[in-house]
Every structure is written in structure tokens, then in C-alpha cells.
Design a protein around this ligand. Structure first.
Ligand SMILES: [Zn+2]
Ligand SMILES: [Zn+2]
Length: 422
């Protein structure tokens, strides 16, 4: 078989890999790099027979309409990922239309209609149930990253290739850790997001976060929790619920729709009723009038986006930035160049026409849904593959070198070294 890496090489985004078995051409993920305008797709690829989608995050699914338009190929995925992908793609189109305006070259190469066509191409898989395509057998395993996420195993002419997509080995409040009872793997394509970084202790992060929310509310402030819509918002809700919610709690922005979608797929959650129970204590926010009203009293608000680069967190910061009693809680990694990163560095919120001094108490927590350094290494050690391909990381070369030092045959594909016959 031949592997042709199309993106996320020595970078975290956008994911895309062509696997050519000689009989069938599969593309594993086809994401978008949203740091560019318009979001950048992976390298171009043609004659695609099937797309195998690992999960509904934009860096993995954000350019699917481009492949579907060109090839009309089915997307093997599940119903939860299908709905999350539709939500994200429609949001991309909406944001891009607002930002690009009349500038032709800033426009996305697909529209709402293309998203509709793409969504119709989804074909369901069931975890751990093999699917056959000529000389290839494919099995999706639970990746424990976000609801519906998968690691994709391909058996081709007696050799096995595992693409772990994005994965997490440990249990979170929302999800159980990934499947670890896997068959023998010859080749592994692994994400490297946290390969060089350990996560802090999850329990103490949870406790600190809950303590900060409670303190803010007892100081008559608003605890504004900025989060990614998919997975993270629901995880934060379950953390707050597990410590007891005795204050008004709101959800705003895209987190409302994503929570509704995720709660439809209860069997994917660690505890199927957990979101139902927590949502009894939540009010969804509708419109700016309601936003102005709720922040007059102490409360907690879970809202998007995770790096402050847009979404409903923006109007809240504009209203609350000078309130010393309120807090702004970031719940994930802040990519350099994003308003969230700038805020942590300078204390200022710089976004479009806003440049505001933020007097709220600002704190970032690590609630990652990716395996940390020690988990990645022990995952690879357990699998013990013949060869490891390192992608989806800031320093995949350094990671591959480290794996070599531990006796593995490892490589970090680059733009100049991206095709491998194995
Ligand atoms: Zn992801
Ligand atoms: Zn990713």
C-alpha cells in the first residue's frame, strides 16, 4: 500500500492522508486550517473512492465538501459525527460569508448547498464491526476524544494500519477512554499533539475550576467560561454538576446546538443519563437582550469560542471586561496569534474593532481531550508497531527522534518526504 500525507505535517492542522491499497483509494480525514482566511484545505487529491472520517472537529472534517464535490465519494462515519460535521461546516460557511464579504479570493470554495450534498454522503459504521472493501477490511474503534470519535484500523493484504485520529486513553467526565484491546498493528499513524507535554493532574484542575466559579459567584461576579463547542462544553458542564450547581448556570453560542446533538447519542457517553441530569440545571441563552439581563446577577455562563476568536463569548467580554468581581475562564490550549493567547500574554482582549483592558480575573485550565505525553508513549509501547508515522503536532520530528531513541522505527512525514510505500 502507499501512504501519501496531505497535511498536519509538523503542524497540528489540517489532517488528511491518502491510503492507496492498489485497488481502492481511501482518504483518512480532510480537515481545514482555520488560522487562514479562507480556511486552508490539506493538499489536493483526486480519484478518491472513500473518505474515512475520524471525528467531527474542523481540523479533520472542515474541507470534506471539496472532496465530495470532486469525487462524489461516500464518507464512512457515524450519525453523531455526521450531525457535528454539518453543524461545523454550516458555521464555517456563515462565518466565512460574514468575514470575506465581497472579496472573492477570501471565500470558501463551497457553500451551504455543497454542505447539504456532503452530509448526504455519510454512511454509518458501528464500533468494532468490520466493513469490507475489496482487499481491505476496516474497523472503527472508539477513540475517547469527543463523542463519535474513532481510531480507524485498516487490514490490507495481511498487514494492519491504525490511524488513531485524535485519541484519549483516560476517562473524562463525558467519555470513557479509548479502546485499548486492539489486534496486532503493523503500522501506526499517530497524533502528537501532547507528545512533548504532560497534562497537569485532572482532578486538581477540576477542583480549582469549581473553586474559582464558586468564589466568583460569592463575590457577586459572573464566571464566564470560554470553551470549544464540541466535547469541552459538555465536559465542563459535567464537572460543574459533579460538584453541585447551586447558582444560575447558562449555556450560550454554538455550545447549545452541540450539546443538544451530543445528548441525542447517549450510548456514546460514559454515563448515558449524565447530560440529561446536568441539563436540568441549565438555561440556554437566546439573544443579546437576555445576555445583558443575566449578567446583572451572579451566575456562570458556558459559551463559545474556546480561544476567544469569535462566538458569543465576545459580547460578554465587551460587557464584563472592567468588572473586577467577574472571572474569565479559559478551558483549553490557546494557539499563538489567537485573542485568547494575546489576552494571557498582555491582559488585553484584541478582536476585530475591540482592544480592551480586561480587569476580570483570567485563568486558563487544561481540560484536554488528547492523550498526554506519558499516555501517548504507553499507547505506542502497548501496540508495539513495526513503524510509526507521527503527524498532528507542533514538533513531530522531535517526537519521531525520541521514538527512535526508544527503539521504534519512526518517521515524521514532511512536505518533502510525504509518500511511503509500505
Ligand atoms: Zn479533535
Ligand atoms: Zn485534531
Amino acid at each position: 500500500m502507499q501512504l501519501n500525507f496531505l497535511g498536519a505535517m509538523n503542524r497540528v492542522t489540517p489532517s488528511g492522508i491518502l491510503v492507496d491499497t492498489g485497488k481502492t483509494r481511501f482518504v483518512l480525514d480532510y480537515g481545514a486550517d482555520v488560522e487562514h482566511m479562507p480556511p486552508k484545505p490539506p493538499m489536493a487529491v483526486d480519484k478518491v473512492d472513500y473518505i474515512l472520517l475520524s471525528h467531527g472537529h474542523l481540523d479533520h472534517c472542515g474541507s470534506l465538501p471539496m472532496l465530495v464535490k470532486k469525487n462524489g465519494c461516500p464518507i464512512i462515519s457515524n450519525a453523531c459525527t455526521k450531525e457535528l460535521t454539518e453543524l461545523l461546516l454550516l458555521d464555517s460557511v456563515k462565518i466565512n460569508m460574514m468575514e470575506a464579504g465581497d472579496i472573492e479570493e477570501a471565500k470558501l470554495p463551497f457553500d451551504k448547498q455543497d454542505v447539504k450534498v456532503t452530509v448526504k454522503k455519510f454512511v454509518d459504521f458501528k464500533y468494532r464491526k468490520p466493513l469490507s472493501f475489496k482487499n481491505t477490511e476496516i474497523i472503527y474503534y472508539d477513540a475517547g476524544h469527543i463523542p463519535g470519535s474513532a481510531m480507524i484500523l485498516m487490514k490490507i493484504d495481511g498487514k494492519t494500519l491504525l490511524y488513531d485520529g485524535n485519541f484519549n486513553t483516560i476517562d473524562t467526565r463525558l467519555l470513557a477512554g479509548c479502546d485499548q484491546d486492539l489486534p496486532k498493528i503493523d503500522y501506526l499513524i499517530t497524533e502528537s499533539t501532547y507528545a512533548q507535554r504532560e497534562h497537569p493532574d485532572r482532578k486538581s484542575q477540576e477542583k480549582e475550576l469549581v473553586q474559582l466559579v464558586n468564589e466568583t459567584i460569592s463575590n457577586d461576579g459572573v464566571a464566564l467560561i470560554s470553551t470549544f463547542a464540541i466535547g469541552r462544553a459538555q465536559e465542563i458542564l459535567l464537572i460543574l454538576d459533579s460538584y453541585g450547581i447551586d447558582y444560575p448556570l447558562y449555556i450560550d453560542g454554538m455550545a447549545r446546538k452541540s450539546t443538544t446533538i451530543i445528548n441525542k447519542y447517549k450510548n456514546l457517553l460514559k454515563e448515558p443519563r449524565s447530560l440529561d441530569d446536568a441539563l436540568k440545571k441549565v438555561t440556554y441563552v437566546n439573544g443579546d437582550g437576555m445576555r445583558s439581563k443575566i449578567i446583572k446577577r451572579p451566575c456562570a455562563i458556558i459559551t463559545t469560542s474556546g480561544m476567544l476568536s469569535g462566538g458569543t463569548v465576545v459580547p460578554y467580554i465587551q460587557k464584563l471586561h472592567a468588572d473586577k468581581n467577574s472571572s474569565l475562564i479559559l478551558t483549553g490550549f490557546q494557539v499563538p496569534g489567537t485573542p485568547g493567547h494575546t489576552l494571557l500574554q498582555t491582559g488585553r482582549f484584541v478582536h476585530e474593532n475591540s482592544d480592551l483592558e480586561v480587569e476580570m480575573f483570567v485563568k486558563r485550565f487544561d481540560m484536554s481531550a488528547h492523550a498526554g505525553r506519558k499516555e501517548i508513549f504507553s499507547f505506542i509501547k502497548n501496540i508495539n508497531p513495526e513503524k510509526v508515522f507521527c503527524v498532528h503536532g507542533d514538533d513531530t520530528k522531535g517526537f519521531a527522534e525520541e521514538l527512535k531513541g526508544k527503539g521504534f522505527d519512526a518517521v515524521a512525514p514532511t512536505v518533502d518526504n510525504k509518500i511511503f510505500n509500505i
